[in-house]
Design a protein around this ligand. Sequence first.
Ligand code: HBI
Ligand code: FE
Length: 283
Amino acid sequence: MAMEPVIYGTSERPPRGDYSRAGADYTCAQDYAGYGQEDHQSYRRLYARQQALLPGRASDEFLRALPSLGASDRIPRFEEINDRLWRATRWEIVGVPGLIPEVPFFSLLAQRRFPVTDWIRTPQEFDYIVEPDVFHDLFGHVPLLFNPVYADHMQAYGLGGLKAHRCGACEMLSRLYWYTIEFGLMRQPDGMRAYGAGILSSPGELRYAVESSEPRRLPFDIERVMRTRYKIDSFQQIYFVIESVEELFEKTAADFTPIYERLRRLPEFSPDGSPLRTAAAAS
Ligand code: HBI
Ligand code: FE
């Protein structure tokens, strides 16, 4: 690809993955024959370890939907998942070589196509990986796409992303993605639970986010979220808590254009929640 993906506002490292396999929309076929036994074994071990941690920590919606992913003893074929996903919510997953730029990413979501990285981490990266791999994308993100309310929310997010790009407000919308779809918590009647993919696919952060007294857990407030910077290389110091998937959908249904205009002039918050003196980023 000629275009250099710029991800999460940084371009310090080139993204991993072979982008020459990708089409103009950045999608590629899942290279299933390219997986070795070691890759399938990594998936099996990651899945088993994570599944054992879910009870009492993952949201009910996630637990209900997880079996829809299918095979847990090997990397599933995307087509197998698509047969079920299409019937459930009219979504499909598509392969990508790794992180892709924001506009093609939003465009895929707007078309109810979720990009899934097809390669898996190496055994050395078992505990920690910065970039999404097939385990993070499938295990973390895909189960909730079987939930009709959440599925509609993801499409609305993609459409909102395309609009944010036209408004120069991608940074603010990325923060919403970060603090909900990646690192969101939900309060259930029986306690705090995770629904964000970054938490659900990480053994360390799943326990920390739900149980530790260290991080702050603030009620979900869209303006506060959009003004809060985030770190990608450590556990979060702040989580935003929703009460239900419906709340998330309702609070993110509005046209954000006037919100972006107002927030641009207001100060930001640092990832630890303390106020900063700089105004919110313009792009
Ligand atoms: N690409 N494959 C992939 N997966 C992501 O989660 C992703 C991306 N590109 C951009 C991106 N996320 C972020 O900018 C989100 O904030 C939109
Ligand atoms: Fe993710």
